[in-house]
Design a protein around this ligand. Structure first.
Ligand SMILES: [Zn+2]
Length: 66
């Protein structure tokens, strides 16, 4: 497996204020990750859900944490 080719930086849009934010996630932290991080612009809580396929391809879902 070519681990170095796995994408770790993601540009996401804040579901509240629409600001584009760069986030970093790493597959070493688990095939399924879920975390709430406040938007650095509007300070609302954003729920990040990331899932890695068996081939290591990330799928990121961003929504309001409410
Ligand atoms: Zn925001």
């Amino acid at each position: 497996m070519a681990d170095h080719s796995i994408e770790t930086e993601f540009q996401v849009q804040c579901p509240y204020c629409g600001e584009m934010i760069w986030m970093e996630f790493y597959p070493e932290d688990g095939n399924q990750q879920e975390m709430v991080i406040d938007c650095e612009v509007c300070c609302n809580p954003i729920l990040y859900q990331i899932t890695y396929s068996s081939r290591g391809r990330p799928r990121l879902v961003v929504e309001r944490a409410q």
